[in-house]
Design a protein around this ligand. Structure first.
Ligand code: SAH
Length: 352
């Protein structure tokens, strides 16, 4: 094995810090021994904190209407080919009922930025879910809102909020989004969410157009400042009806190495092996867990809308019932020697 590679991994593990050049080395240096050493170090740290448990989150994609026009995303408002849908409150609540029977203790409500779901509607929904499932956590992932809106969601009982920052570099951000959106605003939303008291998740896509290694290093610096409770990363995958249709897919290898580096930098962080990783590689999510991830997010959305929430082409699990998705996920976890937790799976600092 390459001695320098090993030294960098050992130093990263011991100090929980990494320089830009060390980071570049870990992402770029090839060699099976090297990558395996990195993955193993990350796995060990994950095991110390999470004891080979994987946390499952039931994902409910409740609307694909969106007022934004992000260049990478298949449900951008400019995509006239998207077949739009909204789940009713009853449909969402029945997804949660089904989810709890399947053993999920977290429901993630994700959607485009859909003005139909006013704060009142979101708060009422959160209150109803928490009343029906008091032992479950509710995660929202509905984009950028005002401080006041976030506070109302929190007061209604929402526990967590996912908002990927997409890229910490504002120039890069402006190449992925229309002028109406700003990277500064996005990062401010995350700081607000943290201040309000949510368990907060940020994150990026790996291999978006124009992304440089220095951009990703800046993402790490931003995460060190924010200290998120969760970090969602997955490869960028092009969607045929977006301006980025002809751009290459992000690298699974870089995603896996980055997962490991993040695990070593943030031992306690919740780190999903994402659907995009499972789309880019048939066993990508398993590889993610073996590289230090500890969360998976099976789809709980009703089958009739599954193939409409298409952020990118080729998305997996669009045909299965929730029960099948759940079984498949549990099988995958056990197959690699891990087991599914039966707790809510909060960040370790939030467990009383
Ligand atoms: N409207 C919500 C939810 C967005 S979808 C919000 O703004 O947070 C969740 C994530 O999917 C996005 O944050 C983005 O990182 C990812 N995503 C979108 N398009 C993608 C693509 N083409 N390839 C891979 N991931 C994508």
């Amino acid at each position: 094995m390459d001695i320098e590679f090993k030294n960098i991994v050992d130093t990263l593990k011991a100090t929980k810090s990494i320089t830009r050049d060390q980071f570049a080395y870990l992402l770029e240096k090839d060699g099976e021994d090297n990558r395996e050493y990195l993955f193993e170090a990350a796995r060990e740290v994950a095991e110390q904190v999470f004891h080979k448990e994987v946390y499952l989150r039931g994902l409910i994609e409740f609307t694909n209407y969106c007022k934004n026009n992000c260049y990478y995303c298949g449900i951008r408002c400019g995509n006239a080919n998207a077949d739009r849908y909204r789940l009713t409150e009853e449909e969402i609540l029945s997804c949660c009922d089904r989810g709890e029977k399947l053993g999920f203790k977290t429901f993630v409500l994700q959607g485009g930025e859909d003005p139909f779901y006013t704060d009142e509607k979101i708060c009422s929904l959160v209150r109803k879910i928490k009343a029906a499932h008091p032992s479950c956590a509710v995660t929202l992932s509905i984009g950028e809102k005002s401080y006041d809106s976030y506070r109302k969601y929190f007061e209604s009982g929402a526990d967590r909020y996912l908002l990927r920052h997409e890229t910490a570099n504002e120039e890069h951000y402006s190449k992925l989004h229309p002028e109406s959106m700003s990277g500064a605003e996005r990062k401010q939303c995350l700081r607000n969410l943290k201040e309000i008291g949510f368990q907060v998740g940020c994150g990026i896509m790996v291999g978006t157009p124009f992304q440089t290694l220095d951009n990703i290093y800046e993402d790490i610096l931003f995460m060190q400042e924010l200290q998120p409770h969760m970090i969602g990363i997955g490869p960028f995958i092009p969607h045929k009806d977006t301006p980025f249709r002809d751009e290459p897919e992000g690298s699974v290898e870089i995603t896996l190495r980055l997962l490991s580096i993040l695990r070593l930098l943030f031992p306690k962080v919740l780190l999903p092996a994402t659907t995009a990783l499972g789309t880019a590689d048939a066993i990508g999510r398993e590889k993610g867990i073996l590289a230090g991830a500890n969360v998976m997010m099976p789809n709980l959305s009703p089958v009739k809308v599954r193939d409409k929430y298409l952020l990118y082409d080729g998305k997996i699990c669009t045909g299965e019932e929730a029960a099948e998705c759940n079984q498949c996920m549990r099988r995958r976890v056990e197959h690699i020697g891990f087991h599914v937790a039966d707790t809510r799976g909060d960040h370790p600092d939030f467990v009383n």
